[in-house]
Design a binder for this molecule. Structure first.
Ligand code: SF4
Length: 229
């Protein structure tokens, strides 16, 4: 919680941020994948950009006809296929381990049962698999099963910090929990994607372009800049 702000005040601020982003960017769209495919794509996306992730994902799909084939393949073959994503020696075994654990637990490579679980239970099930952290779990639950999770990547973490939607000392995992609570109901998907877009295009890490930002009135960082000037 940012110092001096109540949960109600934060919720109001989050609502204003969401509405202004919607006005600026509209409702974002996303190609929905099944849960297993999203899980693999998200593991591939760790510490790399979308282009490298997409290339690695496409190579993996081209080399193996099914996720079962990826699961049962020699580790080196998977590592080689996903090399463009970087950290392939870690991500390959992580993907295969997750696929094997899911098969052990469910008897098949399908996690659609998560749709019927409450958010916290579904998240805990995913977190029990080694190599799946809070961000990966939130992405799968939000994007595949419409759960009100709020994934926090580097852009969301930076932008929420500058806006003053979270305490400056909060890490990404703590920010997941807070954003889930303060995001307007039903807005998790749009607000998550629109904050990422703002972070990429306007509120960049080194050079935020505040002059063309739709969130000036909501932003603590901008207010401090103005005051200092
Ligand atoms: S006003 Fe500036 S610092 Fe604040 S969110 Fe916009 S770009 Fe980022």
């Amino acid at each position: 919680m940012p110092p001096g702000m109540t949960t109600s005040e934060l919720k109001r601020k989050a609502k204003a941020v969401h509405e202004k982003l919607l006005k600026a960017y509209g409702e974002p769209t996303w190609t929905r994948l099944d849960g297993i495919s999203e899980l693999v794509a998200t593991i591939l996306s760790q510490n790399t950009n979308d282009g490298n992730r997409d290339l690695a994902y496409a190579r993996l799909r081209a080399r193996f006809p099914t996720w079962e084939a990826v699961r049962d393949a020699p580790a080196e073959a998977v590592i080689d296929a996903i090399r463009p994503a970087g950290l392939a020696n870690q991500k390959g075994p992580r993907i295969q381990h997750a696929l094997r654990r899911i098969t052990e637990e469910r008897g098949q490579l399908n996690i659609d049962f998560l749709a019927d679980l409450p958010l916290d239970e579904a998240r805990q099930w995913l977190l029990n698999i080694n190599g799946i952290g809070p961000k990966t779990a939130s992405i799968v639950l939000l994007f595949c099963y419409d759960k009100p999770a709020f994934p926090v990547d580097t852009h969301v973490h930076r932008v929420t910090g500058r806006l003053g939607l979270r305490d400056p000392k909060m890490n990404a995992d703590q920010t997941h929990t807070l954003m889930e609570q303060i995001c307007p109901p039903g807005a998790h998907f749009a607000m998550h994607l629109n904050l990422i877009r703002l972070g990429r295009e306007v509120c960049r890490a080194r050079t935020p372009d505040c002059s063309r930002c739709p969130l000036q009135r909501e932003c603590d960082y901008y207010r401090a800049l103005r005051k200092a000037a």
